[in-house]
Design a protein around this ligand. Structure first.
Ligand code: PEP
Length: 251
């Protein structure tokens, strides 16, 4: 399985700096070396970033989409609109959206269905809070999120899961490699139980304070199929170093 290193720019980037960042990643990446690379800029930059990386090995994704294809939903953006702008992936159910916009598992599932229908690859985020981990409920919480957020056909459509412990996002804290391994094994078991053989092919990314300095051991953990990178994806050199740390083929 090829690893996927995805950059989530969140609500960062105006035109010139976003295009310059995409160009710098493109120039530094070369042929990609067996790693799939994805940039997820804000909606306003998707088309410009897609143009900046056209013809390279870099894919472009959105950070959210509406479950409907069109209609009276002021301020929202649909999956076909993302596709039309040049995206091929979309991040869904990020903990910041679950917290800031009250997104439920059922809504995330509907969005993932819309993404697949539009020909986008959904990256569905799951992860526990610190209170849930401290209460010994981390795996139960993540398993419930998987059950509620992943639609039928998710694995066959090439869907990706990102395990992002909420307490590790943007904090500089990361779980131990043993804890990452245990959670990724639990996620794999749920995927196989639900989707059968297709569940073995789902890439499971780790996300939460990944940077150049810690990427290599994290990306070497069994069942870690790549990384979803926030803050460190805003600096080309840092993001390229994370890409370079990815094993060419992962379990
Ligand atoms: C994220 O927001 O998906 C993320 C992993 O952020 P950071 O790398 O900054 O912790």
């Amino acid at each position: 399985m090829r690893p996927l290193i995805a950059g989530n720019w969140k609500m960062n980037g105006l035109g010139a700096e976003g295009v310059a960042l995409a160009r710098a990643v493109r120039e530094g990446l070369g042929d990609g070396n067996g790693v799939d690379v994805l940039l997820c800029p804000p909606f306003t930059l998707i088309e410009r970033v897609a143009r900046a990386v056209a013809g390279s090995a870099i894919a472009v994704g959105g950070q959210d989409c509406h479950p409907k294809a069109s209609g009276a939903h002021t301020g929202d953006v649909s999956a076909p609109m993302l596709k039309d702008a040049g995206a091929s992936f979309v991040i869904l159910g990020h903990s910041e959206r679950r917290a800031d916009h009250g997104e439920t598992d059922a809504l995330v599932r509907a969005k993932a269905e819309a993404a697949v229908a539009a020909g986008l690859t959904p990256i569905v985020c799951v992860g526990e809070t610190l209170a849930e981990r401290d209460a010994g409920r981390a795996e139960a919480v993540v398993e419930a999120q998987l059950a509620g957020s992943l639609p039928e056909g998710f694995a066959r459509a090439g869907g990706v899961v990102a395990y992002e412990p909420v307490w590790a996002i943007g904090t500089g804290r990361t779980p131990s490699e043993a804890d990452i391994a245990a959670m990724h094994a639990a996620i794999r078991a749920r995927l196989v139980a639900r989707f059968g053989a297709a569940g073995r092919g789902v890439r499971i990314l780790y996300g939460g304070s990944v940077k150049a300095a810690n990427a290599k051991p994290i990306l070497a953990v069994p069942e870690v199929g790549g990384a979803l990178v926030g803050g460190a994806s805003l600096q080309a050199a840092e993001f390229l170093a994370i890409i370079a740390a990815a094993p060419v083929a992962v379990a």
